[in-house]
Structures are given as structure tokens and as C-alpha cells.
Ligand binder design. Sequence first.
Ligand SMILES: Cc1ncc(COP(=O)(O)O)c(C=O)c1O
Length: 406
Amino acid sequence: MTARTTPAIPVANRISGFVYAIRNIVTEARKVEAAGRNVRYLNIGDPITFGFETPPHLIEAVERAMRNGHNGYAPSVGIQPAREAVAAECGRRGMPLSPDRVVITSGTSEGIELALTALADGGDEVLVPVPTYPLYTAVLAKIGARAVFYRTDPARGWMPDLDHVRSLITPSTRALVVIDPNNPTGATYTTEIRRQLVALADHHNIPLLADEVYADLAFDGPVQAIASLNPDAPVISFSSLSKAYLAPGWRAGWMAVGRTERLDDVLSAVKKLADGRLCSTGPMEHAIVAALDGDRSHQEKFRAALRERAELTTGRLNAIAGVTAVAPTAAFYSMPQVALPPGVTDEDYVLSLLREKGVLCVYGSGFGARPEDGFFRVVFLASPRELSAIYDDIADFTRDFLTRRT
Ligand SMILES: Cc1ncc(COP(=O)(O)O)c(C=O)c1O
């Protein structure tokens, strides 16, 4: 290799604020693998990598679309049948709206990015739960807006602290992010909490960005749209085929803008931004129709599998001295807490677990938690047998780690 003679080309400052720990931490795991240790990846919420399968009728819909020549650009807001299917689904979930208020996006992720870009200028504030799904803070860093964290409380099943939310609203607040059911905590919010969040958004005229990508994966069955509590409140709902329809790689998602006229300018802004990226993945838009209008029996089996794994996870983690875990009620995440001695961080704990046992979790500070609080996130999609072996390793490791460090 020749020595570099010219200076490296600089990158934009905003990149330093763009952190996505769920993937960033994989670099560490690769080093551990290169040193010869097998790594079990509990960092990414992708059911496909753990053997769950995309329903065949969705695959057929995409295949048919491709064979029928739907390989050109789709309209930037998405094909009309997909927009109609999403509007009908929103109606069934208590959020009535017309198809022209739906934009088909490259996953929930792109919807989130479009909405935040349409709403917040540099320096504006967006209320985000802590712990949070890290895309919110990453996108806000990219557009130069500020994430203002509101607490969710493990002592109350990870419910949002509403007084804290209220206290953070300022004239610069541009949006309130609500992730329900939640990643990383696996919580499903109570109707009363949801009602109060919607009332706050309505009263203060702040759009509530409702991340509802896990709505069908609550163990007790699908939850209604948060907007169902007041369909005239300023709510924008986001979802996709990634989780409940087992097709994360397709990048097939949507956003549904509540029917209130207050959101008309935001909808126009989102459509303008959507024009700039031409369209989401065209053939996959056809699968949205097949998914929302078709058979969903796979979801019942998936929910049952998740409930079994959640119970195993909560039981096994709480049996470890120094670890506490709130029982999840949805999705495939648990956010346990380990009582760390002073001076030790969640990252120290998670990286040592990776290096010593080959188990990859994500440290809580990757989701905005305080490093000293000792939270880490477990994705429990592996088989119960594999999970059981992993929890044996986490138990052995934690006992040694806490003995060594205290
Ligand atoms: C809360 C939450 N929102 C959004 C996403 C992104 O989903 P999509 O694949 O639809 O972009 C995820 C993925 O893990 C998530 O957990």
C-alpha cells in the first residue's frame, strides 16, 4: 500500500451526529468473529434472519407485478391501489382518511425522514421518547433539528411520563414522536396514556408522529391506531411490511396523514419531498395491497411465537442477580437493566459480553439512555432453545463481570 500524500477529503460535520448503534456495533462483532469466535446476533430486529418466512401470497404479488411489467417508476406518492389499501386499513383501525392522504414510502424509515424534514428546520425541537428507536435522533441530527427527550418509565411498564412531556413543550416544538408498541422496550401503551398524548398534540397543535410499525404484533392482538382516540387530532401514522408482514428487505411502507385540515400543508410538503426521490420500490407496492387486503393468518402464529420468547426472556433475565427486565407486551425486544458499579458503562458491559461470550446486544445509550444506567436491548427472535443457551451465557457472564468490577 502506498502512503497517502494528499489530505483526506473532509466529510460534513453533520455526520458526527448521525449515530445508529444497532448497526454500528456490528463492526465490533466482526472483529470478534475475525478472532475466531462465533457471534450470536441479537442486535437487529429482522425476523427473516431467524427463520420466520414472508407469506407466499406477498411474494406472488411482487413476482406477478414484475412479470406484468410493473418495473418502471411508480407515482411518487405510490400506486393508487396501495394507497387505497392503506386508507382502508387505517379506517378499520379507527383512523378514517382518504387515499390521497397516504404516501407510500421506502419503509417506515423513509416516512419518518420525510415527515421530520417537512416539519423541522435547523434548531427546531422534536419531542422523542427515551429510550428511543435511534433513527429519530439520527435524522434530526442530519437536518440540524434538536431531539428533546421525554422519559418513559420502567417502573410503570415503560409508560411515557406525561408531566415530563408537558414540561418540555415550547414554541419551538415541531412534533411529538410516539412509538407504540415500542422499540426498544416492547411496551404497549395504555388507552389512558394514548388518550392524553393525543390530547396534548391536539391542544398544542403539534403533530403527533405515531410510529405504529408493531401495531399488529401486540401479543394480545392488533392495537387500534392512536388517532382512533380523536381522528381530528393532528396525527401522522407510519407503518410498513417489515415486521408484521415479514418483509423488511422490501422497503415497503407508508405514512397516513390524519384528516384534519391542519395537516394539509404538511401533506403537501411531504409530497413535494417525495417527488424528489421519484418513488419507493415499485413491485413491492403491489405486495402492500396483497398484505392489507389478504390473509393474515401468519400473524397469529407469529404473535404466539413472540409471546413464548418474551416470557422465556423475562423469566430468564430476571433470574440473573443484578438484572431486572420489564415484561414486554409486543414486538421482539426487551430492555433489561443491569446494576452497574460506579464508573462502568452499558457499553463496557455489552462489549465485554460480546468479546467473552460472543453474544451481541445493543447498549442502552445507543437508544438515548444514560450509559451509567446499565440498560441493554435484547432481540428475542431466535428459537427458544437458542435463546435459553444465550441466557445461560449472559447469566455466567454477568455474574463474573459484576464480581470483577465491584
Ligand atoms: C420503532 C421502529 N420504527 C421504524 C423502524 C424501521 O422500519 P422499516 O423497516 O419499516 O423502515 C423500526 C425497525 O426496527 C422500528 O423498530
